[in-house]
Design a protein around this ligand. Structure first.
Ligand code: OKP
Ligand code: ZN
Length: 343
């Protein structure tokens, strides 16, 4: 399988993540990619190529222009206001004070455009998000041109990013940008299956009222897990999109047997939809030793995950999302791809 990768993903090395009331060294770190690419090389998974630039238009096909302007200038404004640390949101529009205006002050703007406070915005954030999107789109080009599958080794991840919000380590929704691009290139139906431990709230929200993109997500029950406020089973889409969003919230402690049953349910729905392209939002934070998640998948289970996905028989674009057990992330992610390729 072709792999799209860039060493420039290393430029995103945030110093701080707000976690448990402390500023900790971020879980979403550059070493994640190092371990995956090393393992992909060792396993001779396939050719490794650099991403090509795809410009801003595919991003604006999904994200709000004001949001993108904010991302591109936020660091500059934050510095200009004399703040010492990385930019972290600390106030939000909430139930009793809905954000009817976009504040002038960068602290207010940060809160307006953030959906969570763990993700520090830094000098490299926008550039890194653009690079990540280029990795996804370069891999997509390959799938569209050749009809076979590819792996986009994206970092930072994307599935939490909404039309005009960042958070959960995500700035640009890579899978959404890729799906829209496939439609703009002539596809009629694209399915996005999100197997990351966390609900893909951004992806769900972006396509919620549409029936040309089927969104499905297996994840930790939002009653107990991030992002808490979206990802419930009753969220099935709206208007023309009714029936085109499917959530499988699962309890903490979920093991592979239970998880795989729900994967099969998702696959039935995908087959029924008859997509021309399948995009997998590939998080391996379902791993038993993941430091911020609570499922119980084992490294060898990921081979079977890949095998089961391959049984759909669809051109498939794998887009890297989460996974924070850094030393095992390479084994786990590459196992999915190996299982898929050897199916
Ligand atoms: C991003 B992706 C750690 C809490 C972390 C944010 C999780 C973002 C996950 N104390 N909360 O879906 O892997
Ligand atoms: Zn995750």
């Amino acid at each position: 399988m072709l792999i799209i990768h860039s060493d420039r993903t290393r430029q995103r090395r945030t110093q701080t993540e707000l976690s448990g009331g402390e500023l900790v060294s971020p879980f979403e770190c550059p070493e994640r990619v190092d371990y995956i690419i090393q393992r992909a090389r060792d396993a001779q998974l396939g050719d490794i190529r650099e991403p090509m630039e795809h410009g801003i238009d595919p991003v604006l096909a999904i994200h709000d222009r004001g949001y993108i302007d904010f991302l591109s200038t936020a660091w500059q404004h934050w510095k200009a206001d004399g703040h010492a640390g990385e930019a972290i949101a600390n106030i939000w529009p909430t139930r009793r004070m809905p954000g009817r205006h976009i504040p002038r002050n960068i602290e207010g703007r940060l809160g307006y455009y953030a959906l969570a406070g763990e993700t520090s915005l830094t000098a490299d954030s926008f550039e890194s998000a653009l690079l990540s999107k280029d990795i996804a789109l370069t891999a997509l080009d390959h799938v569209l041109d050749n009809g076979n599958s590819a792996f986009a080794l994206c970092r930072p991840p994307g599935h939490h990013a909404a039309v005009d919000q960042f958070g959960g380590y995500c700035f640009i929704n890579n899978v959404a940008v890729a799906a829209q691009r496939a439609l703009d290139k002539g596809h009629q139906r694209v399915a996005i299956l999100d197997v990351d431990f966390h609900h893909g709230n951004g992806t769900q929200d972006i396509f919620y009222a549409r029936n040309d993109v089927l969104t499905l997500s297996l994840h930790g029950d939002p009653m107990d897990e991030f992002p808490y406020f979206l990802g419930f089973a009753e969220e099935t889409g709206e208007g023309p999109g009714e029936g085109f969003n499917i959530n499988y919230p699962l309890p903490s402690g979920t093991d592979y047997t239970t998880w795989a049953k729900h994967l099969e349910l998702a696959k039935e729905r995908i087959s029924e939809f008859r997509p021309e392209l399948l995009i997998i939002a590939l998080g391996v934070d379902t791993f038993e030793n993941d430091p911020i998640s609570s499922f119980k998948l084992k490294s060898e289970d990921y081979l079977d995950v890949g095998h089961r996905i391959a049984a759909l028989g669809l051109p498939t674009l794998f887009v890297m999302e989460g996974g924070y057990a850094v030393e095992e992330i390479g084994i786990n992610a590459v196992n999915v791809l190996k299982g898929f390729s050897n199916a």
